[in-house]
Design a protein around this ligand. Structure first.
Ligand code: KG4
Ligand code: ZN
Length: 353
């Protein structure tokens, strides 16, 4: 089984082909990602109309290149998947329409994939991770902790009330003049910093629900930066290290609560703690969560960084997971700006997910 996956929900245009092997694992035949970072950098964030236009410009070329590299004609695919949301609607429409067009032209099954489900399932690519598992999904647009019980079966245990964690990294970077995207820049600057120099708050620490709040931390970083101005390289490094330490402490505390909530629900034992989304590329966060998982008696599964940030392989793989269960979608499947994984979850206050 070979599935093409298209990703155009945010600022990466991506096309990948994943093959399902007889042993149940997936092989990425090709994973083409074209980042729009340069087009958005001047604005310090993603500009939706610029993103949509850039997807339109490059997607056809990217699909042709992906198929050529995989040595396949479109008619040799077994399914065509696209991220149908959640995301910037102009961009979503580009990938979704292209996938529908290929599906119509080839008569192959069409799969409308939830972008978040792509992040959630990519850890299963090696065929070794079984359901259920506890998932921290932390990206530029989303921050949630989920119990992943099966394909299409999610129970949200916690979510952010305001900013996503990746967004907080991006805003911190912007404030400190480190450019966009902020995550890798803040992480690099934090390496030489003193994480104890600035005593920053850890919002919601110790609360009995597993929700997140980042806005108080963001404000505290801004105040600390103004108080220490003009900032020298050392000040920026110390602020980044202090910010990253606060975020790491917060994530660990929220996961501890989420794991307790998960266990209280009863049901099958969690097989692992899984990380997904761009923030999972952060080495300091990964190291802390490795220690946390070990103390909780769970294996930590963190896909390689290039599969944590947005990519086409996660959409193709989620397409494989749906297709092998026969969960094919109608060509009328809509583009969705919002598409929660757990529609029954109470919205966390001001929730963006
Ligand atoms: O999953 P992703 O590629 O796109 C979204 O769906 O949002 O995540 C991008 C986010 C950005 O906010 C970026 O700053 C953050 O992930 N990120 C990181 C790191 N690499 C990317 N945050 C912290 N540390 C990193 N190394
Ligand atoms: Zn994403």
């Amino acid at each position: 089984m070979r599935v093409l996956g298209l990703e155009t929900t945010c600022d990466e245009t991506a096309a990948a082909v994943v093959r399902l092997k007889p042993d149940g694992s997936g092989e990425i035949l090709v994973d083409e990602v074209m980042s729009q970072i340069a087009a958005h950098a001047a604005y310090g964030g993603v500009v939706p109309e610029i993103a949509a236009r850039a997807h339109v410009e490059v997607l056809d070329t990217l699909i042709a290149r992906a198929l050529a590299k995989a040595g396949l004609r479109a008619g040799e695919l077994d399914g065509v998947a696209a991220a149908a949301g959640p995301g910037l609607i102009g961009g979503v429409l580009v990938g979704l329409s292209a996938a529908k067009g290929i599906a119509i032209a080839t008569g192959k099954p069409f799969l409308a994939v939830n972008h978040l489900e792509g992040h959630a399932l990519i850890a299963r690519l090696d065929g070794r991770l079984a359901f259920p598992y506890l998932l921290l999904l932390a990206s530029g647009g989303h921050t949630q902790i989920l119990a992943v019980e099966g394909v299409g079966e999610y129970v949200r245990l916690g979510a952010t009330m305001d900013d996503a964690i990746g967004e907080a990294f991006d805003k911190t970077a912007k404030l400190l003049g480190l450019g966009y995207p902020g995550g890798p820049a803040v992480e690099a600057a934090a390496k030489d910093g003193d994480m104890e120099r600035f005593p920053l708050p850890r919002p919601l620490l110790g609360r009995p629900n597993a929700d997140f709040s980042l806005s108080g931390l963001k404000t505290a970083v801004r105040h600390a930066a103004h108080a220490a101005a003009p900032l020298k390289t050392r000040d920026v490094a110390d602020l980044c290290a202090s910010f990253q330490a606060a975020v790491t402490d917060m994530i660990e505390d929220r996961l501890r609560v989420a794991l307790a909530l998960y266990r209280k629900r009863g049901g099958a034992r969690a097989q692992a703690l899984v990380l997904a989304g761009g923030v999972a590329a952060n080495a300091a966060i990964r190291a802390t969560l490795a220690r946390f998982a070990q103390s909780a008696g769970l294996p930590l599964i963190a896909p390689p960084p290039q599969l944590c940030t947005d990519n086409g392989a996660m959409i193709a793989w989620a397409g494989v997971e749906k297709l092998r269960l026969g969960r094919v979608d109608e060509l009328s499947a809509p583009a969705r700006a919002r598409w929660p994984l757990d529609p029954k979850a109470e919205p966390a206050r001001n929730n963006k997910a």
